[in-house]
Design a protein around this ligand. Sequence first.
Ligand code: HEC
Ligand code: HEC
Length: 511
Amino acid sequence: MDPEHDLRDIRTWKRWFKTPAGKRCLAIVAIVAVLLGYIAWYKGFRVVPQPARITDDPAMRFKYGSLGSEEDYGIPYYVWLVLPRVFPDLLPGPGGYASFGFPWEPGEETPVGFSKKTMGFPRITNNCALCHTSMVRTEEDAERMFIATGPNHTARLQAYIRFISKASKDPRFNADEILAEIEPVVELDVIDKLLYRYLIIPITRDRLTARDADFDWMNLPGWTEWGPGRDDPMNLTKYFMTEMPVDDTIGNADFPSVWNLGIRQDHSMNWAGETESSRAVIIDSALELGMPPTAANVSLAEDIDAWLQQVPPPPYPDDPDTRDAYDIDAALAARGRPIYEAECASCHEAGGTYYGKVVVIDEIGTDRERLDTWSQAAADAANAKVASFGITRKDMVFRDGYVAQPLDGVWLRAPYLHNGAVPNLRALLRPEANRPADFYRGFDVYDPVNVGFMSSCADANARLKDGCAELKRVGTLFDTRRRGNGKGGHAYGTDLGAAEVDALIEYLKTL
Ligand code: HEC
Ligand code: HEC
């Protein structure tokens, strides 16, 4: 290297840039830089609002609307779309993403709970409806109903997380294999192809594998599977929102219904009463889903709260034009009402002593594992975290029991109790020893006799074309002997006679 020589070179170049040709060249470079910048912005970051059919209708927005988490949590839509085609062997069964039990409305591009929004390129994120929308059929050949704000009892979220994780670590997750599936689906221009090949696909793979370790705790030996319709909500909060160290608690809990929150404004919220306001639960949930903590987004969460406050619970599917197993016997229900008032109203009806309050664990006696996942230290850490974002919301607390909630729309809230360990209302009204020790969860055909979802081979053999084989194919066996899955407690109404139980169940259908 000759430094003198280098210097001479630079001087020559500098002179050349002052010539007309040099100036032209500089102008071209500047134009190209601006163009490249524009293309980078356009292809990578330009935010396109979701279509009005989603943003203008609150139920559609709940099911498919974005919470603004595209930048940090988004998965490129086309990559996401083709993963089931690239990795069919990693799916639990045929049917693509529907095999995870995600409700998927006919004609929609994504299952409920998945938002597609373009930020440069279309990206998939998740929203509240992932866990808070129900899918139900009255019979095998009846049309599916999709009930936004209902508990999602079918979604196997843990299996989905594991699928994405396994796929991201698989050698087939490479630009060649993924583009080979994307190209028949959508026409990409040259720039898109380059972007997908050299940036989007490799970056997606790296981000997904990096996120993977965050879920190690749920793969520890002995951990009880979430199964359909559940996750481990307070541990998710502890490990993701507050980054507390992993402990050995397991708190698997059902996705609850979130309709009609207006009647619960002065109630304890969450299964174990950790929160005392729907606004606080909703803001925290949205933050956990990756919503950036801006004032505009807090007001989006408040809009969701306002909407949820006035969504009515869905009526029991008794069609007045047909006579079938879904007809409510009004006279029988009327006989059930005084039984409800005597046995249940003190906890489940407005004006009752415990209504909307926490019933201590020694009294309620249901499985305590979910309760034990939380603590005052966790509440303090979560409160500090949310405060650090400059967000004011009612503090989380720690309580020693489970909440006696209103029973509105209770027919669709099966399986019952916080851990979903009791398949139907009839089983709940039996002593612990006579409740099923195991049963199938996650099947969407309803059981109008026992009032819950179809959960037994006997019912499946009587009502399904393929009998129990179909129930086993779609459902997941739930074992109440596993940790956190206990079916005991809540012994109310378990000493009623058979006729009283029938009447009470008939009445509960009307709530
Ligand atoms: C990954 C699943 C999941 C997502 C996504 C989710 N939730 Fe939930 N949600 C739950 C679970 C599980 C609980 C029950 C937590 C507990 O107490 O154990 C819950 C509780 C709630 C409650 C309290 C209900 C009650 O009965 O006290 C409300 C309200 C709620 N969620 C609203 C929302 C909203 C609004 C969003 C979106 C911003 C959202 N959730 C996103 C799983 C989810
Ligand atoms: C002393 C208060 C109390 C009484 C009395 C009571 N319950 Fe409950 N109930 C609770 C509590 C607390 C829970 C939540 C328990 C849990 O999830 O672990 C609950 C949960 C339930 C659930 C499950 C709700 C869901 O979404 O999964 C149903 C159904 C229910 N009760 C019905 C009844 C009926 C019917 C009666 C009367 C025969 C009754 N309860 C009497 C306190 C009570």
